[in-house]
Design a binder for this molecule. Structure first.
Ligand code: HEM
Length: 744
């Protein structure tokens, strides 16, 4: 009866919006066609694999696949394939009913799959442990943070959208222009991007690397892989030309390079490989448009350190003293653990596969792993009876709290400015105060697709092409300084004597590039080049990613952020300077065509006062970090939760800083640091380098015999047990002595 009513409602709803209203047979037909389409995709996939048309080692596409590849379990891959079946059925339904993109966008999600052959293809709902209310430590996969919506924030769930999708068919076709087709992302890149020249002189390159680190905590859109885990090849690697249509995997969306491209023409390349992102079905189990999966947890929860699944975590844990695994250099320094077998450039691993994408990032990962182990050892000293599990989880909570504190009190104020921190309510609570969390009013914490696939990527323009390292006398170390493209996914420099400390000094001294339309060619021509003379173009990849995720254009997002819609390019003049408007005119035919990522780069040349971003970029980044903070029961300053820190502990965490963490976890040769590590070391602005010992540090005695632990039993039990053994033995001893005394 309930089902019947649902169908009638759907029918009424659909009649309002659609010319053609689906009947049950339409749904069945669409599902049948969708299933058949996916079967032929799987057949094609087997043929492609048999022909060796998957990405080869040694190509840029291979290194790119390490960055965006899918390392999910078979179950996750099966579930993603089911999402493709649902999507194919949705496309067929839309076409059959002749729906416009808008009708498809609105009506498809209202149609349940309940009565169709796909009803069992939707994700199963999540059950949390019944004692869930007292969960003290974040579940590693991000689930069960909110009891009403245990799926919220979980790894392998879709990104959410701030705005309706902009797929050109409302379902899955990449965004396009209503007037003339959008220019190729490579053409957009070459028409708009200029060579790097402006630096952000008040800041350090660490600002860029921390941005990348927290990106890898929040978001990872894995690209589609075939059933056996291989990445489809989307260009002919031998000729550099597009593949024949018959060999193209449906998830390929390679980027066209014009024959006269200023750089790639030298190498005869007219095709840049690109695979679309894995999609997922949501829990509503309905027809609908594509939603890309975030394969890591959506929370800021240290997933790049600890992983996003229990199997990843168990690979990372040492199993003793609450510590993380590591390897050691010849001079006894801790490095990230090494894989037992591996064939890529270096074999370190962390909670995120991108950890060694560049050496600077690998250095910061190493520092964070060391920080975990430093804290674990200190807690063990203080609480020798704590179980390994309690030691690990308490340490993990502290490290995550440090990540929160540094991100919200150091990184975001540097990127967004103090004013935006206030306007968007991003400041954590002050000393001696908690913030509140209400489960009943908390919203979906998932990362916004607009943030991940477009806006936050503006951080790429901060990347320097050459990394300069400094020794303890603050002199450059030319033989350790390096060009980025020679070391993508190659952390072989890390064990070199002095490298980590010289890199820490370099990251906290060298300036980042300003966020604007200027890019290092290391990213626009040589990304992941390996030993080849050319690589990929990250700007083009970002543009293509935004389009294939159905991210709305810049003008639409401006309006969402409260700015007037521009009718002509020149209407952008209040936010974008004239020279940049002119390059936008080269890249696009209409002001409505501008890709969100490009628009945000364009307006960052005139940043909002106190920020490094322009107004739309700032709005999206600030709103995202507000979503991430305000909906997290485990956020470090939230009070009245089973997981909450005591006020004494919280006040200790508030003393933490990136500067102090770098001081505590280097190879022993970094003895001075500026207190604000993201800001240039400059005595005149009260941020000169000073002895590490004068930088405040967290006093871990606040964790001595933590009372609030639900694992109190495991902490207290051994002491109770000891008391049981000890007191009777003592009494017995006194009794014997006493008796002996009497006998004498
Ligand atoms: C050397 C430094 C960096 C390199 C080489 C790099 C490279 C990449 C690559 C190859 C991708 C995937 C592109 C695709 O969609 O196919 C990516 C994604 C991304 N990057 Fe970077 N990146 C760097 C630093 C940064 C920084 C500093 C930020 C931000 C402050 C950032 C933010 C992002 C974001 C938000 C994504 C999307 C992640 C996802 O959802 O999968 N990256 N980056």
């Amino acid at each position: 009866m309930k089902q019947h009513l649902k169908f009638v409602l759907i029918f009424l709803f659909a009649s309002v919006f659609a010319n053609d209203v689906p009947v049950l047979d339409d749904l069945h037909d669409a599902v049948e066609q969708g299933l058949a389409q996916v079967e032929s995709m799987l057949d094609l996939e087997s043929q492609l694999i048999a022909k060796g048309l998957t990405v080869d080692r040694g190509t840029s596409a291979h290194l790119h696949s390490l960055m965006v590849g899918n390392s999910g379990s078979q179950q996750q891959k099966d579930s993603a394939l089911n999402a493709v079946r649902i999507l194919a059925a949705s496309s067929h339904l839309k076409n059959k009913l002749n729906w416009s993109a808008d009708q498809a966008r609105r009506s498809l999600p209202q149609l349940s799959l309940d009565k169709t052959a796909l009803k069992n293809s939707c994700p199963e709902s999540i059950t949390c442990p019944s004692s869930n209310v007292t969960i003290k430590y974040r579940p590693i996969d991000g689930s069960c943070h909110n009891l009403f919506r245990p799926d919220w924030g979980k790894a392998n769930t879709p990104f959410q959208r701030a705005l309706p999708n902009a797929y050109s068919d409302g379902v899955f076709e990449p965004r396009n222009s209503p007037s003339s087709p959008l220019k190729s992302p490579r053409v957009v890149s070459t028409s708009f991007i200029k060579p790097a020249s402006t630096t952000a002189s008040d800041f350090t390159l660490m600002l860029m690397t921390w941005g990348q680190l927290i990106t890898h905590d929040l978001t990872k859109a894995s690209s589609f892989t075939s059933a056996d885990g291989k990445t489809p090849q989307c260009c002919n690697v031998t000729s550099g030309q597009p593949l024949d249509r018959e060999y193209l995997h449906p998830f390929c969306l390679s980027i066209e390079i014009p024959v006269n491209d200023q750089f790639y023409s030298k190498y005869n390349q007219t095709c840049m490989s690109f695979v679309r992102t894995q999609i997922g079905a949501d829990y509503s189990c309905s027809f609908g448009h594509a939603e890309q999966l975030n394969s890591i947890t959506h929370w800021l929860d240290g997933s790049m350190i600890y992983g996003s699944s229990s199997s990843e975590l168990s690979d990372l844990r040492l199993g003793q003293g609450g510590e993380l695994k590591n390897s050691t250099t010849s001079d006894g320094k801790e490095l990230l653990p090494l894989r037992s077998s591996c064939s890529d450039a270096t074999c370190y691993y962390a909670g995120d596969v991108r950890a060694q994408e560049n050496p600077q990032l690998a250095v910061v990962h190493t520092v964070m792993m060391r920080e975990h182990n430093r804290i674990a050892r200190a807690l063990k000293q203080l609480n020798s009876l704590w179980s390994e599990e309690v030691l690990f989880q308490e340490t993990r909570s502290i490290v995550i709290a440090e990540l929160h504190h540094i991100t919200y009190t150091e990184y975001l104020p540097a990127m967004l400015g103090e004013q935006a921190m206030r306007d968007y309510n991003l400041n954590p609570s002050a000393t001696d105060a908690y913030s509140t969390y209400d489960e009943t009013t908390a919203r979906d914490p998932s990362v916004w697709n607009e943030f991940a696939a477009a806006v936050f990527r503006v951080g790429h323009s901060q990347v320097q092409g050459t990394l300069v390292l400094y020794n303890a006398s603050d002199d450059q170390v030319p033989d350790q300084s390096f060009t980025l493209s020679s070391y993508f996914f190659d952390a072989s420099k890390l064990p070199q004597p002095g490298f980590i400390d010289n890199a820490i000094r370099g990251l906290t001294k060298q300036m980042p590039l300003a966020i604007n339309a200027e890019y290092t060619s290391q990213l626009t021509n040589y990304l992941f080049k390996g030993s080849n003379p050319y690589g990929m173009d990250l700007v083009a990849l970002n543009v293509q990613r935004g389009r294939e995720h159905g991210i709305p254009d810049y003008n639409t997002v401006r309006v969402f952020c409260g700015f007037p819609k521009a009718n002509t390019f020149d209407d952008l003049a209040s936010e974008i300077d004239q020279a940049t408007i002119n390059s936008l005119k080269n890249a696009y035919d209409s002001v409505d065509d501008i890709d969100l990522y490009i628009g945000c780069l364009a307006e960052s040349a005139q940043p909002v006062n106190g920020s490094l971003l322009g107004p739309t970029g700032l709005c999206v980044v600030a709103k995202q970090f507000a979503v991430t903070k305000n909906n997290d029961r485990f956020f470090y300053d939230v009070g009245n939760q089973p997981n909450s820190f005591t006020m004494v502990q919280l006040n200790e965490i508030r003393k933490t800083s990136l500067a102090r963490i770098l001081c505590d976890n280097n190879n022993g040769d970094v003895s001075t640091m500026q207190p604000k590590a993201f800001r240039a070391p400059d005595a005149t602005s009260n941020n000169g380098r000073q002895p590490c010992s004068s930088i405040p540090s967290i006093n871990l005695t606040a964790w001595k015999d933590a009372k609030a632990s639900p694992n109190k039993a495991s902490v207290v039990a051994p002491s109770v047990l000891l008391a049981f053994i000890f007191i009777p033995s003592l009494l017995m001893y006194i009794f014997i002595i006493d008796t002996q005394d009497h006998q004498c």
